[in-house]
Design a protein around this ligand. Structure first.
Ligand code: HEC
Length: 112
């Protein structure tokens, strides 16, 4: 029994190291896809209304800065003219590490 517990723990630890990318993908599908689309292209009803960027477009990728992406995910985005929320802030529900992983995930969408 003790042996089983030890090997389970070992599995948990090695699993945790490789889990970042998988979690970012799951989070994206769960939290972000309703606007940005499962493929990141923003071809969703919300995406059309909000006129979202296509994350798979190399030009879009080039124009985005990692620091800005991080800030937008953490603090959300407001319409400058009306002050209305365009993207909600995820700083309350995601850790900085999770947000960094999401930035990397969004970068990956441009490489396919
Ligand atoms: C309610 C719809 C909505 C949801 C949900 C949403 N976004 Fe956004 N996102 C937007 C809008 C709108 C913008 C454009 C913001 C602006 O006006 O600059 C945006 C912009 C971005 C940008 C671009 C920032 C830049 O530098 O140009 C990134 C990256 C991003 N979102 C990632 C995410 C991630 C990751 C999630 C999930 C955790 C997410 N978004 C969830 C609507 C959404």
């Amino acid at each position: 029994m003790k042996k089983l517990v030890v090997s389970c723990l070992a599995l948990l630890v090695t699993g945790a190291l490789s889990v970042h990318a998988a979690t970012a993908k799951a989070t994206f599908q769960q939290e972000c896809a309703k606007c940005h689309g499962r493929d990141g292209k923003g071809h969703t009803p919300m995406g059309r209304i909000l006129r979202l960027k296509d994350f798979t477009n190399p030009k879009v990728q080039k124009e985005m800065k990692d620091a800005e992406m991080f800030k937008t995910i953490k603090n959300g985005a407001k319409d400058k003219a009306t002050g209305r929320e365009r993207m909600k802030a995820f700083g309350g529900s995601l850790t900085d590490q999770q947000i960094k992983d999401l930035v990397a995930y969004v970068r990956g969408l441009g490489k396919k």
